[in-house]
Design a binder for this molecule. Structure first.
Ligand code: P6P
Length: 339
């Protein structure tokens, strides 16, 4: 009969740490706010549940012959992968059961979905998400992810959608779920960054790192150099400099995977303006802002060209942005070449 404690040691935890699951962590965070109603905790719980469902779908995609594409396109004009639709439906159906969610907005839906208007007593929220970021990598077994952003619903807003068009600095929570060699959930509610790994044998996200800090430096840059010739000059000068300094490049085509690597190992992720996407390709509200909140909460920097990304005032839900985010010193190296 093996000693249960040694089995605990085998879990993906720092040796000697307590065994904390995501639910316990969320409730502990809630307890830090005496007048918290628990509404946000329920929303985070719905996002976690969605992540577990989507993870199971992603890992069985080939088996369930879910791969391939629907003949439909999403608002971005991108061919929808079947798993895009399934991930989107999963999030809508999990969040829809939570009373505190007033509006949801998704990369896959042209218009936001107003779930509830009357909010007597509730402190409602709006949730924005990219249900399956990097979905073009699904068919080749590449990493994909879900990105989410939570803002307060503004009752005073002239119309519901105005609550969606808030600066990233107003986010109350943000994070992502990476479906890679393991399923990893990274979350911030404004009090640092926590990382959880899904243990599929028990169906729980277990805390493996709290108050995660991004390395100050890292000689790695992550960008699609296929677009290099259409980058503005400053970015090309930066790439010349980085290559002369012996930097490595890592780029998977899934923002969640590329930024997660930088969060743990250091470096800088950049998606500059290109001829095809003069505003940048990534979406401000449900890619740029949530990833920027994670990076800044971990001690990194996140810019859109020369301006702090989370200061940008959105004018449209599917608005695009350029992105420079990662280790503080590495972002500074890029900004220095843009000046
Ligand atoms: P490109 C995926 O489609 C995505 O939105 C991000 O996850 C990723 O960083 C970027 O676009 C990849 O774009 O132009 O390099 O294929």
């Amino acid at each position: 009969m093996s000693d249960p404690l040694t089995e605990l040691d085998a879990l993906p935890l720092t040796r000697g740490e307590n065994l904390t699951n995501l639910q316990a962590h969320i409730l502990a965070e809630q307890a830090r706010h005496p007048n918290a109603s628990g509404t946000l905790s329920w929303i985070l719980s719905a996002l976690s549940f969605s992540g577990r469902v989507i993870s199971a779908k992603v890992r069985r995609a080939r088996i369930q012959s879910v791969l391939g594409t629907l003949d439909s396109e999403n608002v971005q004009g991108e061919t929808q992968q079947k798993l895009d639709v399934i991930a989107n439906e999963t999030l809508l159906r999990c969040l829809g059961t939570r009373a505190g969610v007033a509006i949801v907005a998704s990369e896959e839906n042209e218009e936001p979905i107003v779930l509830r208007r009357n909010h007597e007593g509730e402190r409602p929220y709006v949730v924005l998400f990219d249900p399956l970021d990097g979905s073009s990598n699904i068919d080749t077994g590449g990493a994909v992810g879900t990105i989410f952003s939570v803002l307060r619903y503004d009752r005073r807003a002239p119309e519901p959608n105005a609550s969606l068009l808030q600066r990233g600095a107003e986010q109350v929570a943000a994070g992502y779920i990476l479906y890679g060699s393991s399923t990893i959930l990274v979350l911030t509610t404004g009090n640092g960054v926590s990382m959880f790994v899904l243990d599929p044998s028990i169906g729980s996200f277990l805390l493996v790192a709290d108050q995660l800090k991004i390395p100050k430096t890292g000689k790695i840059y992550s960008c699609n150099e296929g677009n290099r010739l259409s980058f503005p000059d400053g970015y090309q000068r930066y790439l010349d400099w980085a290559q002369q300094e012996g930097y490595s490049t890592r780029y998977s085509g899934t923002m969640v995977a590329d930024v997660h690597r930088i969060l743990l190992k250091g470096g800088v992720f950049l998606y500059p303006p290109t001829k095809k996407a003069p505003e940048g390709k990534l979406r401000l509200l449900y890619e740029g802002n949530p990833m920027a909140m994670i990076i800044e909460q971990a001690g990194g920097k996140a810019f859109a060209g020369p301006v702090r990304l989370m200061e940008r005032v959105p004018s449209a839900i599917h608005q695009r942005t350029s992105v420079i985010m990662g280790s503080p010193d590495e972002v500074d190296h890029v900004l220095r070449h843009l000046a």
